[in-house]
Design a protein around this ligand. Structure first.
Ligand SMILES: Cc1cc2nc3c(=O)[nH]c(=O)nc-3n(C[C@H](O)[C@H](O)[C@H](O)COP(=O)(O)O)c2cc1C
Length: 222
């Protein structure tokens, strides 16, 4: 487990601005959790992972749509504006010049996966344009160029987000469904209670390690 930071440091990631709008509300954040999710030319799809505490997450949930804009190396200021503070407390778009991204894609959410701390969205790309042939901004470039004050803000922001995400991962409620034989268990998250078929006992449990099999689990869960 201790080598995880070293392994991840071998990778570099492109930096995207993810925006969403619902009614007259708008939101945007910086993201590296953005991937191609299809190689089928007539069914282009992108995948993004958005933490649930973010303002932008709320508007993607409300609109079931998002836009991806690929930043270039001249866009460091956009990272500080959209990646360090929440749009709940300030209007990140106020007074902004038009962004000239490397490329953009508009996506409609096809499906999503709740992982406790994040929602992973698979978006159907409904429109896209390559605007210019400049190299995309990457995480390694950002880390090399960030002034010390910004590095501190980045680190503080990541620590804050990681604390909140840890709580969401560990505190999520598991619903245990007792099987028809009265002994076996399957699990689902509380947000999906509808997965409990009629007649199966539901036992809710919050946090901690569980061996969800047999009488031992039943004993611990009571
Ligand atoms: C380089 C960088 C990469 C980031 N990648 C992601 C990401 O992939 N997913 C995510 O949910 N947040 C990511 N964040 C964090 C959000 O951009 C940040 O918390 C933002 O302030 C949230 O804004 P909002 O609350 O207005 O939506 C990243 C931040 C930075 C600086």
């Amino acid at each position: 487990m201790t080598d995880i930071p070293e392994i991840l440091r071998l990778l570099d990631r492109e930096i995207w601005l993810v925006t969403a709008a619902a009614g007259d509300r708008r939101a945007g954040l910086i993201a590296t959790f953005v991937n191609q999710a299809s190689i089928v030319p007539e069914a282009p799809r992108m995948l993004i992972g958005i933490a649930k505490q973010h303002h932008t997450w709320q508007l993607i949930e409300a609109s079931r749509a998002f836009t991806l804009q690929l930043l270039d190396e001249s866009h460091l200021d956009w990272v500080w504006r959209f990646g360090l503070h929440s749009g709940r407390t300030l209007d990140k778009f106020e007074g902004l010049p038009a962004l000239s991204p490397v490329a953009w894609m508009k996506c409609r959410v096809e499906t999503s996966l709740d992982t406790g701390d994040r929602t992973i969205y698979v978006g159907e790309v409904t429109d896209a344009k390559l605007e210019k042939a400049t190299p995309p901004l990457t995480m390694n470039f950002l880390l090399q160029r960030a002034p010390p004050e910004r590095m501190r803000e980045l680190r503080d922001g990541m620590t804050r987000d990681a604390d909140e995400l840890s709580r969401l991962i560990h505190d999520r409620i598991l619903v245990f469904l007792r099987g028809a034989d009265g002994r076996s268990f399957t699990t689902c998250t509380a947000g999906r209670r509808r997965c409990a078929p009629r007649g199966l006992a539901k036992i809710t449990y919050t946090g901690g390690a569980i061996d969800p099999s047999g009488d031992r689990a039943a004993h611990r869960l009571r």
